[in-house]
Structure formats: C-alpha cells, structure tokens
Ligand binder design. Structure first.
Ligand SMILES: Nc1ncnc2c1ncn2[C@@H]1O[C@H](COP(=O)(O)OP(=O)(O)OP(=O)(O)O)[C@@H](O)[C@H]1O
Ligand SMILES: [Mg+2]
Length: 421
C-alpha cells in the first residue's frame, strides 16, 4: 500500500470511528431526552429540551425546532453557532421544514445551494452549508426538527435515525401536553360547577331552614295553646298525641338550628390565630365535667399541641369531638379520653381517643355526612350533625379528618391543621 493510500485508509477509519463515537454519544443523549420529554407538562419545557438536545445528538453546528402554525412554519427555537430564523414564520411551501412536513419525510441535503427546495435568500445570511430535517409525527406532522452544518456534511442514516427518534418522542410529549391541558381544563370546569352547585345548595338549605321555622313555630305554638286551653276537652290519649306533636316540632326545630349553624360555618371567613389545642381541649373537658360531675372520666392531654387556625371554629370542632368521646364513654365504669399528636401518612395529626362504645368500621361510610348516626337514639342521644360540622371546619382550614375504631373498643378521631410557625 502506498503511503498515500494508507493515509486515506487511516483518515476514513478515523472518520468512521469518530462518527460511531458521536452516534454512541447521541444515543445516550437521546435516552436522557426521551425520559425528560416523557415528564414534560408544557410546550415551553418541551421546547427547552428539544433546543438543547437536537444539536448534541449529531454534534451539528446548529439545530432548530419548528412548529406548524396553520400554513406556516414557525421557527420556535434554535441553538447554533450563529443566528438562524428564531421567531420567524415562513410559508409551508417555501421552506425545507414545510417540505418535510408536507411530504412526511426526513430529508438530508449536503449542498443547500444546489437544491431547489431551499429558499436560498433566507440562507445566505447564515452559516449553513448542509442540513438535515425530520418531521415531528409522520401522520399529519405538527412540526419539524432541523440540524445544520457550517461545512459540507452528508447526514448519515444513523444521524437521521437519531433525529427522527427525537422527533417521535417530541410528538408524543406534545400530545401528552394537549391531553394534560384538556384534563386540567375539565377538572377546573368540574370544580367550578361543583362549587356553584354547592353554593346553590347552601343558599337553598339556608332559605329552606329559614322558611320552615315559621310554620313550625305555628305547629308548636298552636299545639301548646290546644294543650292549655282545651285540656279539659281532651282525654289522656288526646293529650298524649298532642305532647308527641309538640316534641316532634321541637326536635325538628333543633335539627333546623343545627343545619343553620352548619351552613354558617361554611360562610364565615377563617381567621388565622395561633392555637394551643391542649388549652382549648382542657377548657372544653372542664365544661363537660361541670355538666356531669358524677361521671368518672380520666383525661390525658399532651402538652403544647400548637397549630394555626380559627380559634372559635377549632373550639367548636373540639367541642364536638370531645363531646362525642364524653358521650360514647358514658357506659364505661371509667371513661378515658386522650388528646395528643401522632405522625400519620399525611403529616402530623392531632387525635382525640376514647375507650367508649366505638363503631363498626365497615358500616361507618358517610360518617362525616350530616345526620349519619351509628348508634340508636335510645342508647346515645344526638342529631348526627356534630361530625359533619367538625369535617367542614377542618376542611375549611385545608386539613383532613379520619377515624379508626373497633366496635366496643373505643374510637380515635384524627385531624390535621396548619402547623404552628
Ligand atoms: N367517639 C365516638 N365513639 C363511637 N361512635 C362515635 C364517636 N363519635 C361519633 N360516633 C358515631 O358517629 C355518629 C355521628 O356523630 P355526630 O357527632 O355527627 O352525631 P351525634 O353525636 O350522634 O349527634 P350530635 O353531635 O349532632 O349531637 C354518632 O352517632 C356515632 O354513631
Ligand atoms: Mg356528636
């Protein structure tokens, strides 16, 4: 072999090995880019990834990211040794990205000035001598990715494959963004529909409760009058019926009052006080004890249970939770009630625990809905509005509430609030 031939062989060997090293590097970049693209949630992120990766894949001197904008090619972004056409729009029929999209084909051009598909005037101010262009999405392309070289370069099949693989992942990512956008829009629409429905329901229950009060007062008042003025004309059964009418009317009045106070909780704005739940709980339990001094109840309150929230509303929540604990331990020889703090899946949670009647966890669905009760009124009295109130208060504070129990083995109610600062 002559020394000339050897040099040629060596240089083509060098060139081949440089190309395969670049290909390996490109593959590696591609894998990373595919992963990044799969997590992109908006077009700007996709654009930033494509802009960075398109050039690195092949080691080209420049890369562009083009999106179809009706019948125009919009050069959205670029990364190159000199300025290209970022921000410009060209008709689909007079630029190579448009050609690639219209023909749904990758294209490699070694000498752009000898190819009629190229608008030479647009290229003259640039460094570009050679290029490769691949469409994004072969079915109905939505854009294209271009690579440019300052020296004559014939893009290899490997380079085109890398670029096409990037374009394919970009197309999936763009479609995902559209789907996410659509989903988000639907969620927002649903949420505002729900909010509107909720507001309507609130207003409805408020006005119904209000309107019901007047006829109810009439029922109660007139049956009281009947009982007083016509007592001698009624026999025992008649008087008993009348008593039942009055008791029913009074109970309904109490239900309406509860409903009204529940809807008030949803309406009043939330204050941001610093709270000491240990102190608030102690006060509530003192009041409970004062009302039933003969009950034997052991109380354990962890110190410094600090949080932020509306003191008035959180006190109402504690009154209901501790009131329940007090009530449902009433059949125990010695009741125990503990208030404390514990780590949970959703962060630090406060709890109110008792050793009372408990409830069957399999039957406790809807426990926090108004008027849901799991014990007979003859066993434990109540309307079933307490936990609905507590839940509203906690969720209005952005917290969560849940309960654990076993029937006959006490109950624990957990809730979260904004931590103290
Ligand atoms: N600490 C508890 N132990 C056992 N069961 C409970 C406890 N707290 C609540 N429950 C169950 O959940 C139901 C709903 O509680 P909620 O506080 O809403 O209503 P209530 O206490 O029955 O009535 P109200 O609070 O309106 O006077 C109760 O009737 C009871 O069945
Ligand atoms: Mg209650």
């Amino acid at each position: 072999m002559s020394s000339n031939a050897r040099t040629r062989a060596d240089s083509s060997f060098d060139e081949r090995s440089a190309r395969s090293a670049q290909y390996a590097k490109g593959m590696e970049r591609l894998v990373g880019a595919v992963r990044e693209l799969s997590m992109a949630r908006d077009v700007d992120t996709i654009r930033a990834i494509v802009r960075r990766v398109a050039r690195e894949l092949t080691g080209a001197d420049g890369a562009t990211f083009v999106l179809r904008d009706d019948d125009r090619c919009y050069y959205v972004d670029e990364d190159a040794i000199g300025p290209l056409w970022k921000g410009l729009r060209f008709p689909m029929t007079s630029c190579i990205s448009g050609w690639s999209m219209l023909h749904r084909e990758a294209v490699a051009i070694e000498d752009i000035y000898r190819d009629d598909r190229i608008p030479h005037d647009a290229y003259r101010p640039t460094f570009v001598k050679s290029l490769a262009m691949v469409p994004i999405r072969l079915e109905a392309p939505i854009g294209a990715i271009g690579n440019y070289w300052a020296e004559p370069h014939k893009a290899s099949e490997g380079e085109l494959k890398l670029l096409q693989a990037l374009a394919d992942s970009t197309s999936v990512a763009l479609e995902n963004v559209q789907v996410y956008g659509e989903l988000e829009k639907r969620v927002q629409q649903r949420t505002s529909e729900l909010e509107a429905a909720n507001r309507e329901l609130e207003a409805f229950s408020y006005s119904v409760s209000h309107d019901l009060r007047a006829p109810l007062r009439a029922v109660d008042g007139f049956s009281a009058a009947l009982a007083e003025d016509y007592a001698d004309k009624l026999d025992d059964t008649g008087r008993m019926h009348l008593e039942r009418v009055r008791a029913g009317a009074q109970r309904m009045g109490a239900l309406i009052d509860d409903l009204l106070s529940l809807s008030k909780i949803t309406r009043t704005p939330i204050r941001d006080d610093s709270l000491d739940l240990s102190m608030l709980a102690a006060k509530v339990l003192d009041d409970l004890r004062a009302r039933e001094p003969d009950r034997r109840v052991e109380v354990e309150i962890a110190p410094s249970l600090l949080a932020r929230g509306d003191e008035r509303l959180v006190t109402i929540a504690l009154e209901n939770l501790l009131g329940n604990a007090w009530k449902f331990t009433s059949k125990q020889p010695v009741g125990t009630i503990a208030v404390g703090r514990e780590e949970s899946d959703v962060g630090t949670a406060f709890f109110v625990r008792d050793n009372g009647a408990g409830f069957d966890p399999t039957r406790s669905r809807g426990m926090f809905a108004p008027f849901q009760r799991f014990h007979r009124a003859s066993e434990f009295e109540g309307t079933g509005i307490g936990l609905a109130t507590v839940q509203r208060i906690i969720t209005r504070h952005g917290g969560r509430i849940w309960a654990h129990s076993e029937e006959g083995a006490g109950a624990t109610f957990f809730f979260t609030l904004t931590p103290a600062t």
